[in-house]
Design a protein around this ligand. Structure first.
Ligand code: HEM
Length: 539
């Protein structure tokens, strides 16, 4: 049937559909030669020794031996789904991105994930969830690699190996496999108090979503949008589920983990097969691009901060509809490679130091995970816009490049009629942001030092039942720690958020209540943070 062909979205086409679904009238080896029998090894007589000359046995077992690739170092467990994004055009005044112009339809692939568990872990654990979206736009791929929690544990990517080493299973006993209830995690987040805000969100009902379909998503960092006139606006990206935000309560999550560890994955798959396509509205909070990059006193470059929606409402700019399950988990969900550096004209980065490290990390890890530098050629990763690069050769090269001059300038292949720096129409041009005169230092700014006022705002925004759940979560998780000193230190952190929270957890742990070490912040609650819903909207 000739070489395997696939459509840009990874679907087999024509005759290959039959071949790739192993449903043809005959089987072949990898070289296309028909097989006579694939159920028996070649032997010297029916009960005799297997012969080394059985090259079919060797090919079949050799390929099987290499079926596994490394799981992602974080976000190893996930579920992917195809869909479509339709823009409202309401962002066209702040960005020239073609896929955000009025009424443009863009194919997407979304992968939801847990962060800490391995590929075979349970779905309904207490953890952050990934919400990564690949937009196959007419101007190239744009990836929004976000989470269901709008803040992060750390402010600088150099701390990422530390937070993940602390959060992954203990190196000696590999316990616990997926949840946060362990000494190393609590040791780190109580010593490194910039993690307080993210940890509090994890201990809230947001840490155990009811369904991927009822999660919000956040780009976390502040991004810089650029419009056709070259004007810039700082933004934070949001996904708002049409079904509302809903969580499991702890006891439900425990039972489901035992009964159906694939609960979230199954829920998403079944909903889409049933035609109940989940939808999210895409939105932006916008802030003036001032030289200090702050808004209402909030440092927009600090990824442990949110900007309350009461101060900057989320403006809807498009609708995401997920409507097609992958036909092959490995080819699509496992091999998809998201990267915060996949940007399109009109969307630029800021100097958030966490984002800077991510720009480096994703490409780097994918070279190992996907076996060399050619993973953009894997069908699920291929842009839907034309590619004309000078990247050549390497492991797993599948393109057959033509021409002799993959370099420029050249006088052989048409000379590459491209003028660097001039910026062809539609090219990605970095915003000429002014970098202030500065001295090289390894330190965080003063504006990154307040670790408690935003957690306090979150706590004050919670309903009574949400507060009860948070106290229960801290009590359970800290109660699992072996080290008494870690429990005591955690209470010192909670005392800096709120006395009711600290006293509730201290009572549950049977420990004294410490005094705060910093004055309690004078902040207003943000009602938009309260999630409340624990029932399915149709219940
Ligand atoms: C994977 C989000 C910070 C390194 C992921 C994924 C998501 C995500 C959603 C899964 C992508 C998928 O489904 O394939 C975030 C968010 C962050 C953050 C929202 C902070 C705002 C970081 C940092 C680093 C990092 C600071 C490193 C310095 C990685 C790596 C992977 C990953 C290595 C695995 C990628 C792969 O194997 O393809 N992240 N992340 N992340 N992240 Fe992050």
């Amino acid at each position: 049937s000739g070489p395997a062909t696939v459509s840009p979205t990874g679907q087999p086409t024509g005759a290959d559909q039959a071949r790739m679904a192993q449903s043809g009238s005959y089987l072949t080896n990898a070289q296309g030669t028909r097989l006579y029998d694939t159920d028996h090894s070649l032997k010297a007589g029916p009960r005799g020794p297997v012969l080394l000359q059985d090259h079919h046995l060797r090919e079949k077992v050799m390929h099987f031996d290499h079926e596994r690739i490394p799981e992602r170092v974080v976000h190893a467990r996930g579920a992917g789904v195809h869909g479509v994004f339709r823009s409202y055009g309401t962002a066209a005044n702040v960005t020239k991105a073609a896929f955000l112009a009025e009424d443009v339809e863009t194919p997407v692939f979304v992968r939801f994930s847990t962060v800490l568990g391995s590929r075979g872990s349970s779905d309904t654990v207490r953890d952050t969830r990934g919400f990564a979206t690949k937009f196959y736009t007419s101007e190239g791929v744009f990836d929004l690699v976000g989470n269901n929690i709008p803040v992060f544990f750390i402010q600088d990517a150099i701390k990422f190996p530390d937070v993940i080493h602390a959060g992954k299973p203990h190196p000696d006993r590999e316990i616990p496999q997926a949840q946060s209830a362990h000494d190393t995690f609590w040791d780190f987040v109580t010593l490194h108090t910039e993690a307080t805000h993210h940890t509090l969100w994890n201990m809230s009902d947001r840490g155990i979503p009811r369904s991927y379909r009822t999660m919000e998503g956040f780009g976390v960092h502040t991004f810089r949008l650029v419009n056709a006139a070259g004007e810039t606006t700082l933004v934070k990206f949001h996904w708002k589920p049409k079904l509302g935000v809903h969580s499991l309560v702890w006891e439900e999550a425990q039972i489901i983990n035992g009964v159906d560890p694939d609960f979230h994955r199954r829920d998403l798959y079944d909903a889409i097969e049933a035609g109940a396509y989940p939808e999210w509205e895409f939105g932006i909070q916008t802030f003036p691009d001032t030289p200090d990059q702050t808004f209402e006193g909030i440092d927009l470059l600090d990824p442990t901060n949110i900007v309350p929606e009461e101060l900057a409402p989320v403006q809807p700019i498009g609708l995401l509809t997920l409507n097609r399950n992958p036909s092959n988990f490995f080819a699509e969900t496992e091999q998809v490679a998201f990267h915060v550096g996949h940007l399109v004209p009109g969307i630029d980065i800021t100097d958030d130091p966490l984002l800077a490290g991510r720009l480096f990390s994703y490409l780097d890890t994918q070279i190992t995970r996907l076996g060399g530098p050619n993973f953009p050629q894997i069908p699920i990763n291929r842009p839907h816009s034309p590619v004309n690069d000078m990247l050549r050769d390497g492991f797993h090269q599948t393109a057959v490049h033509r021409g002799v001059a993959p370099y420029r300038p050249n006088s052989l292949d048409g000379g590459c009629p491209f003028t660097p720096g001039k910026g062809l129409e539609g090219a990605y041009v970095e915003t000429p942001v002014r970098v202030p005169e500065a001295t090289k230092v390894r330190e965080a700014p003063e504006s990154f030092q307040d670790h408690f006022s935003q957690p306090r705002r979150f706590w004050l925004s919670m309903s009574p039942v949400e507060r009860e759940h948070i106290i229960g979560a801290y009590t359970f998780e800290l109660g699992k720690c072996y080290e008494q000193a870690i429990r005591e230190r955690a209470l010192e952190v909670l005392a800096n958020i709120d006395p009711e929270l600290c006293e509730g957890v201290a009572a549950g742990l049977g420990l004294p209540v410490p005094a705060p070490t910093v004055p309690l912040a004078d902040v207003e609650p943000s009602p938009a943070l309260s999630q409340v819903g624990h029932t399915w909207p149709t219940d």
